[in-house]
Write a protein that binds this ligand. Structure first.
Ligand code: SF4
Ligand code: SF4
Length: 86
């Protein structure tokens, strides 16, 4: 089975993972993010859709709403990076 690339955006505390190939550019994650963290990228994925990226990663609280609402399992969060050292 071919692996699908996952793009990782992270700071010291948290990481946002985006499987761009799965994204259909519906914008649900962008629209419902309570902190307006996400924006569409200008580039398109191989299916012609604009995936999101965290324009304001520092504002992300790790609430997980984007993860729960994405219909295509294309975005998810780890808000406890500091706990994963071992
Ligand atoms: S985890 Fe919450 S705050 Fe962070 S990008 Fe997703 S919806 Fe926005
Ligand atoms: S909700 Fe999922 S499919 Fe829709 S734009 Fe966001 S990452 Fe892409």
């Amino acid at each position: 089975m071919r692996e699908v690339e996952v793009i990782i955006y992270k700071d010291k505390k948290k990481a946002i993972y985006i499987r761009e190939k799965f994204c259909k550019g519906c914008g649900i994650c962008i629209h419902f993010c309570p902190r307006n963290v996400l924006e569409f990228q200008k580039k398109v994925n191989e299916n012609g859709h604009h995936p999101p990226y965290p324009k304001y990663l520092d504002k992300c609280t790790g609430c997980n709403i984007c993860t729960l609402l994405c219909p295509d399992y294309a975005i998810w969060i780890n808000k406890n990076l500091s706990l994963n050292k071992y």
